[in-house]
Ligand binder design. Structure first.
Ligand code: URA
Ligand code: CA
Length: 439
């Protein structure tokens, strides 16, 4: 088999055979096919696409390029959640304790953030003492005992995806559905999920700019799930503005605690309830979505999930007081800089990506893999889409610890806001729920 023939076939819009796809992935992982040939192939995929069968084989080949985690010693159905890139997306922090309290085990392998999107591990590490370095045995025991554990990625999971993603990043071939879908699903499958709930975002801050494109990506991922026997559900949600109010590590932990007490932002609460209810339903702890949802509403009303949150962070080195009294125990910024509305009117849009980049500029995120992050800093949104503002009102606050980049970040936050005379229509937070690959 020759790579040049595979490239030519795809360039001409033909279907690749299973053997060709497996050859490409295994030989590339082993370093026997050069980057330039795989770049040409990725570009051919960008223009010609792949069918459902090809995408399922590609996903399976990526899964088999490395280790697969065996979560079978954990009791129950393991349901994992994935969001396709959010800014200030605090849902994982809310969902872990919420869904675990409803009885679904959450065994989460997570990553650190890079660029303008934050990583769940970074956020949790803003809790003093919290660590993610658990042995496999400790991880499994913690999930069986507390129903919830979050660890860093260990082992050699989906090495083909690591190489391919890095290559796509520099060859303008990231934003193509077959390659995004196989990349995301291969990681969830390799990490041992029995069932998968996906939050596919669309909008200015997301890979997919329209709900229609997001739906195509969602159906493709659901179809992979069908092919490989892992029940998959996707919701299509809007990223026309950052989710919730807080963007930044400790700020988001505080926001998650508030949300689990029923005092959180409306959009974050709603999205967490919808995603969580699908997880609880797939996890077999409710007989319908509606039953799962009322169970979760009750958990929020009574604040029960905070107990699980405390047990979980205690098992991973932190003190439960961080959850009881976050204002005393979580790191706080030394300076809070208000950003004021430049005109009167209604907030029409808040460019989520710009808010994310501004948060990174003041130290909440990593510009490069080596950058250190400041757990205390970030941005708190005060006005959201549809809110009335008068010129000079505080629309957001920057929490920071020094002046470095502050001016630049302040300008970015200000420019992220579009204020108009007319009251805009509220964007729908959740556009659709996709449960099968058939349109
Ligand atoms: N996230 C991923 O993990 N992979 C992609 O291809 C795009 C987003
Ligand atoms: Ca948030």
């Amino acid at each position: 088999m020759r790579m040049v023939d595979i490239i030519q076939k795809k360039r001409n819009g033909e279907e690749l055979t299973e053997a060709e796809i497996r050859f490409l992935i295994s030989e590339y992982t082993e370093g026997r096919i050069p980057d330039y040939q795989v770049s040409a192939w990725a570009m051919a995929v960008y223009f010609k696409g792949m069918n459902a069968k090809e995408i399922a084989v590609l996903t399976d080949a990526i899964v088999k390029s490395g280790d697969q985690i065996d979560l079978s010693p954990i009791h129950g159905i393991k349901v994992d959640k994935h969001s396709t890139g959010g800014v200030g997306d605090t849902t994982t922090l809310v969902l872990g304790p919420l869904v675990a309290t409803a009885g679904v085990p959450v065994a989460k392998m997570s990553g650190r953030g890079l660029g303008h999107t934050g990583g769940t591990i970074d956020k949790l590490e803003s809790i003093p003492g919290f660590h993610v370095e658990l042995t496999r045995e400790e991880f499994i025991n913690t999930v069986n005992r507390c129903k919830l554990s979050v660890v860093g990625q260990s082992g050699n999971l989906t090495p083909a995806d690591k190489k391919l993603y890095a290559l796509r990043d520099v060859t303008a071939t990231v934003d193509t559905i077959p390659l995004i879908a196989s990349s995301v699903m291969s990681k969830k499958i390799a990490a041992g999920a029995d069932a998968i709930v996906l939050d596919v975002k669309y909008g200015s801050g997301a890979f997919m700019k329209t709900p229609e494109e997001a739906e195509r990506l969602a159906r493709t991922m659901v179809s992979i799930g069908e092919e490989v026997g892992r029940k998959t559900i996707a919701i299509i949600s809007s990223m026309e503005q950052p989710l919730g109010f807080a963007v930044g590590n400790a700020l988001e932990v505080k926001e998650a605690i508030d949300t689990l007490q029923g005092k959180g932002p409306e959009d974050l609460t709603e999205l967490s309830l919808v995603l969580g209810a699908h997880m609880v339903h797939l996890g077999g702890k409710a007989s319908s979505y509606e039953e799962a949802r009322s169970k979760l509403e009750e958990i929020i009303r009574t604040g029960q999930a905070l107990d699980v949150f405390k047990q979980f962070i205690t098992a991973q080195g932190a003190s439960p007081e961080a959850i009881d009294r976050p204002d005393e125990h979580l790191p706080k910024a030394s300076r809070i800089e208000p950003i004021r509305a430049s005109a009167s009117g209604y907030v029409e849009q808040i460019a989520a990506e710009q808010i994310g980049v501004a948060a990174m500029k003041v130290g909440a995120g990593r510009e490069t893999k080596e950058s250190a992050i400041d757990m205390a800093v970030g941005i708190v949104i005060h006005k959201k889409i549809g809110d009335r503002v008068e010129a000079g009102d505080v629309i957001a606050q920057i929490h920071c610890n020094n002046e470095e980049n502050l001016e630049e970040a302040a300008a970015m936050v200000q420019n992220a806001y579009q204020i108009r005379q007319n009251k805009p229509v509220q964007p729908k937070l959740i556009e659709k729920v996709i449960v099968t690959s058939k349109p």
